[in-house]
Design a protein around this ligand. Structure first.
Ligand code: NAD
Ligand code: UDP
Length: 318
């Protein structure tokens, strides 16, 4: 039977892919977004589905809806965006999840929180397992995001313990792909746009810091598996364990775009994590999930998207 599913942040990068995936499964989807970083362009192709609804709403405000499942994705995810109004960012993750958990409790809906590898901060354990408690600075410029997401996980666990709400927690690692905003500010989109315009590629620090990049279609399948898995709440890491330095990423993007861009070095932002790589043993065991798309292939798709300016959402294999 088809379900009524609320996707908050549904007009954003991940949200728009998830809405499409669920619509194609035949579910009814309510996309809720305040359009802070999301865009109508991302969801315009979804308007043709009779089972799609769009609601302009800020999750910080209470709302009454009847749904079967909630994917809570609403929150700016790129450092320049979440640091632009840090108080609002913290409120989105805390008051926002409180409001969504209220709906889940009243409707007996299952709720999945889009948490993040940022709950591990600048990790001293490598790769990061779900049991690692992290190394987060609660006072720095990233803390509005990191601590907000940590607090959201606490809300989730307490609603489960106190009210028996059916929760799922996904700790998402760096994800990229079509539908990222041109002005998003995260590393993959920045480098591709700079390379396509033959502008200098801005590497922060000496570029030796690492990240592990996951392509969007892999993540969507992981989120869906987690939501629909019985008797497993997580938290579970969803990420691609192939680890690269930022300098390696810059070189790959230059090569793949045949760009004449040169690398330019900028200061490393405060509290920028030096390394990040998921241990995905738990996701493999519990969800029978692992990413399939290699960085080369995902970069090719994403470069194509930024070249043509068109949504390549058809490439999301459902
Ligand atoms: P995004 O910025 O493209 O999407 C976020 C969406 O949430 C946007 O459409 C934005 O307008 C909306 N939004 C923000 N605040 C809101 C509010 N108060 N009320 C309603 N809507 C609001 O980012 P994304 O990469 O698609 O990230 C989606 C979620 O996944 C976020 O919660 C993010 O923290 C999490 N996540 C993403 C990554 C990644 O690498 N992309 C990694 C870890 C976690
Ligand atoms: N970064 C960079 N140049 C950019 C944007 C980001 O060198 O134009 C670096 C950033 O300092 C970090 C890494 O790339 O070390 C990933 O940054 P991003 O903002 O994508 O996500 P994060 O994992 O830091 O949240």
């Amino acid at each position: 039977m088809s379900k009524k599913i609320l996707v908050t942040g549904g007009a954003g990068f991940i949200g728009s892919h998830l809405c499409k995936f669920l619509l194609e499964k035949g579910d009814e989807v309510i996309c809720m977004d305040n359009f802070f970083t999301g865009s109508k362009k991302n969801i315009q192709p979804l308007m043709k589905y009779p089972n799609f609804d769009l609601l302009r709403h800020d999750i910080i405000q209470p709302i009454y809806l009847e749904v079967d499942q909630i994917y809570n994705l609403a929150c700016p995810a790129s450092p320049p965006h979440y640091q632009w109004d840090p108080i609002k960012t913290t409120l989105t993750s805390t008051v926002g999840i409180y409001n969504m958990l209220g709906i889940a409790k009243r409707c007996k809906a299952r709720i999945l929180q889009a948490s993040t590898s940022e709950v591990y901060g600048d990790p001293k354990e490598h790769p990061q397992k779900e049991t690692y408690r992290g190394n987060v600075n609660c006072l720095g410029p990233r803390s509005c995001y990191d601590e907000g997401k940590r607090c959201a996980e606490t809300f989730m666990m307490d609603y489960k313990r106190e009210n028996n709400v059916d929760i799922r927690i996904a700790r998402i690692f760096n994800t990229y792909g079509p539908n990222m905003a041109k002005e998003d500010g995260r590393v993959v989109s920045n480098f591709i746009i700079q390379a396509l315009n033959n502008y200098p590629i801005t590497v922060y620090g000496d570029g030796s810091q690492t990240r592990s990049f996951q392509y969007i279609t892999d993540l969507i399948k992981g989120l869906y598996s987690l939501m629909n898995k019985e008797n497993f709440t997580g938290p579970v890491n969803l990420g691609n364990p192939d680890e690269f330095t930022i300098l390696e990423l810059a070189e790959k993007v230059i090569e793949k775009t045949n760009s004449s861009s040169k690398i330019t070095y900028k200061p490393l932002p405060e509290d920028d994590p030096l390394q990040r790589k998921p241990d995905i043993t738990l996701a493999k065991e519990k969800l029978d999930w692992q990413p399939k798309i290699k960085l080369e292939q995902g970069l090719k798709e994403t470069i194509e998207y930024f070249k043509n300016g068109n949504s390549t959402m058809e490439s999301v294999d459902s």
